[in-house]
Design a protein around this ligand. Structure first.
Ligand SMILES: Nc1ncnc2c1ncn2[C@@H]1O[C@H](COP(=O)(O)OP(=O)(O)OP(=O)(O)O)[C@@H](O)[C@H]1O
Ligand SMILES: [Mg+2]
Length: 352
């Protein structure tokens, strides 16, 4: 197998008594768009700062193309970072901001002008180059910050919550732009986000973090369809969790359904995605649960249907207005159904 572009080997960081990142091992290939996803405080920024060289790890190594860069300063690494809040110089013009790093590297004259112009074109800043920084919108400032990092032609571009300051419309537009720029330059991007939708739509691979640990790494379909545990299943997408228990080799769900299951006696949860639940008046799947519709939330092409089972379990399903022709009325009793292949069984976690 080819060597990865970036290898993190058991990289760990404590701040006094706080463990920010537990020993973490990740390989990232050249050309990957990699997302670090997790709730606030789980260690995403700390991991990114170690890769960038701004925070020294307690232990472990960082290899870029096989070379150990763990003890190198930020400017000695072929890596550039776009920080949260962008950190632009307000008293400099847009081209001066973008060219700043090149000037420090003693690049000047025609090469400086050409590379700055190339970066301006890449992020499509053309019409705004003559504005002062504080006359630019959030999205435009974001483009300047991106151009300032890209002009250095880093092997790896690190982006910490690059779009979190933008409103929804602009964020979606900049997501497409980020992906376009990545594809256009064939770059390797590592993006930190706590927005699971952003990670799923942007990245080739996603690492889901919790409390300093990587819980799962996989492509978006893997982490959505085969979540490693209860935490990942609820953090990525929407999940119904049905309590259950395994005893004496037999697992039983609260809603009723049992199967043979090897393992210790313990509390379980069954995870089923809303879109995997069918209305049994139309179809017959393996698992059938009587339930009453308690609420319907209209969403345009779909509606979210909230059911309650006889056992008191809340279950959410999706009504698709182009395929589900019969409307279930609030208060109506029906049968919900799903196939065993669509459910995931995890040990129950108390706080996730
Ligand atoms: N310089 C520091 N000194 C002490 N503790 C720190 C320091 N930097 C981070 N921490 C702690 O380390 C943990 C991880 O912080 P980090 O900033 O990496 O989280 P994060 O996942 O980026 O969160 P957010 O999504 O809120 O930005 C937190 O508990 C934080 O309080
Ligand atoms: Mg952070």
């Amino acid at each position: 197998m080819a060597e990865p572009l970036l290898r993190l080997e058991k990289l760990a960081k404590d701040f006094g008594s706080v463990t920010a990142v537990k020993p973490t091992t990740i390989d990232i290939d050249k050309g990957e768009f990699f997302a670090l996803l997790g709730p606030s405080g789980c260690g995403k920024t700390t991991l990114l700062k170690m890769i960038g060289g701004f925070t020294q790890p307690q232990s472990g190594r960082i290899l870029i193309e096989g070379e150990d860069v763990t003890r190198l300063g930020p400017e000695k690494r072929p890596v550039n970072t776009v920080f949260q809040g962008y950190g632009l110089f307000p008293h400099m013009t847009v081209p001066q901001n973008i060219g700043y790093g090149l000037k420090r590297q003693k690049v000047s004259g025609g090469e400086l002008t050409d590379r700055v112009q190339e970066a301006i074109d890449l992020v499509k800043l053309g019409d705004f180059v003559n504005r002062a920084i504080d006359e630019l919108s959030g999205g435009q400032q974001q483009r300047v910050a991106l151009a300032r990092a890209l002009v250095m032609r880093p092997k790896i571009l690190l982006l910490d919550e690059p779009l979190s300051a933008l409103d929804l419309k602009l964020r979606q537009q900049m997501q497409r732009e980020l992906r376009r720029i990545h594809d256009e330059i064939g770059g390797t991007f590592i993006v930190v986000t706590h927005d699971q939708g952003e990670a799923l739509s942007l990245a080739d691979n996603v690492a889901v973090m919790r409390q300093g640990s990587i819980e799962q790494i996989g492509d978006p379909a893997e982490v959505y369809d085969q979540p490693a545990n209860q935490f990942v299943s609820t953090f990525i997408g929407e999940a119904n969790l049905i309590p259950g228990r395994r005893e004496n080799g037999c697992a039983t769900l609260e809603t009723g359904y049992s199967w043979n299951s090897d393992g210790e006696d313990e509390d379980l949860v069954c995870m089923i995605r809303p879109e995997s639940i069918e209305f049994a008046q139309d179809k017959r799947s393996e698992i059938v649960v009587p339930a009453r519709l308690v609420a319907r939330t209209y969403q345009g092409a779909t509606a979210l249907l909230d059911f309650e089972t006889a056992a008191g379990t809340d279950l959410r399903a999706v009504e698709n207005h182009s395929t589900d022709k019969t409307r279930i009325a609030v208060g109506q009793d029906i049968e919900l159904a799903w196939s065993k292949a669509d459910m995931r069984i995890f040990p129950a976690e108390k706080n996730s």
